[in-house]
Design a protein around this ligand. Structure first.
Ligand code: XIL
Length: 324
């Protein structure tokens, strides 16, 4: 792998079983992943709707196969994610739940964390709970969601407490996007984690998704946001890094490639400056090759990752490595 700390990549279902995934084969992905990365995140199959589709049904088969394959190949797994408000990820039984919501959510968290105890190094316990800048809030800082409406900020506290109760070792992260930008959402992140820590909630660290563009946010904002969390003694992870080009480019020109190389370099360098070695939970890129990226869509092409549509390393990979 590239560095002394975890360097991760998100992969999609089928990574381990010789399938064709978004026009690339698993073998092509594996050939790129194994030499360059030492941690993986499941792009989708460890989200709540996959693992817990009905109240009394947990489906671990796909995730177990993925985790076993990772370990066979010497790669650690980061768990993503126990609680996420996004409509298409919330099982409908939760949306429609009429019983004791907190008890139901505790069972959800503890069943999954217990199942993967010793198998994953860390969890995104709660994903994307903070309100976007200018949006309505619950408890002053949270987005309005099924979970915040039912329980307020207690849904976050309890998720961490419940996860810790069944796995004393695993690292527990709060994960979100745009918290690296230095705006109101960053301020609210710090209020969230300061509040959690003052209440004794066992949070290990913060995952910065880091879905950035070629020129937003500034490196200064990124570095100071990472540092604000590191200064609190928490671990810091860049959990879903990609560098979107489509706001500035309609094709991936040589100029775009060079600017992206510099951008990857500068983000990794900012992470190393902001976060002391003992607090580096690592840097994960959100996908293996450009064709597979979630932001590269038909009619809206993008080139955000480290390997191109032919699995060839891009200048971005060199930029990443040069910063280490
Ligand atoms: C994305 C996946 O990459 C897509 O395949 C899926 O359709 C939607 O979710 N923030 C997150 C990730 O925390 O789970 C999201 O992943 C990207 C945004």
């Amino acid at each position: 792998s590239l560095a002394a700390f975890p360097i991760g990549v998100a992969v999609n279902a089928g990574f381990e079983n010789n399938s064709i995934i978004n026009s690339g084969t698993s073998a092509q992905q594996q050939a790129v992943v194994f030499p360059n990365f030492n941690q993986m995140t499941a792009g989708n199959i460890m989200k709540m709707g996959y693992l817990h589709p009905q109240e009394t049904t947990f489906t671990f088969d796909q995730a177990d196969a993925f985790v076993a394959f990772a370990h066979t190949n010497g790669i650690d797994v980061h768990g993503h994610t126990l609680i996420w408000h996004a409509d298409y990820q919330v099982p409908s039984f939760m949306t429609n739940y009429t019983g004791d919501f907190a008890a139901m959510l505790k069972t959800h968290v503890q069943t999954i964390v217990s199942h993967f105890k010793g198998q994953v190094v860390s969890w995104d316990v709660v994903n994307e709970a903070l309100a976007d800048d200018g949006q309505p809030t619950v408890d002053n800082i949270l987005r309005s969601s099924l979970f915040s409406q039912k329980m307020g900020q207690a849904f976050i506290d309890q998720a961490f407490v419940n996860a810790r109760a069944v796995d004393p070792q695993v690292d527990l992260f709060y994960n979100d996007y745009n918290i690296e930008a230095g705006g109101q959402k960053t301020t609210n992140l710090l209020a969230l984690i300061d509040g959690m820590r003052s209440r004794g909630v066992p949070i290990t660290g913060v995952g910065f998704q880091m879905h950035v563009t070629i020129d937003w946010p500034t490196i200064t904002a990124i570095e100071s946001s990472l540092k604000a969390v590191a200064d609190r003694g928490l671990k810091v992870k860049i959990s879903e890094l990609d560098v979107s080009m489509k706001s500035a480019y309609t094709s991936f020109t040589a100029d775009a490639a060079l600017r992206q190389q510099q951008r990857y370099h500068d983000i990794v360098a900012a992470y190393l400056r902001a976060v002391p070695a003992a607090q580096r939970a690592g840097i994960t890129v959100w996908g293996v090759w450009d064709t597979d990226s979630w932001i590269n869509q038909p009619g809206s092409p993008d080139w955000p990752l480290l390997f191109d549509g032919n699995f060839a390393p891009k200048p971005a990979l060199q930029g990443f490595k040069d910063a280490l």
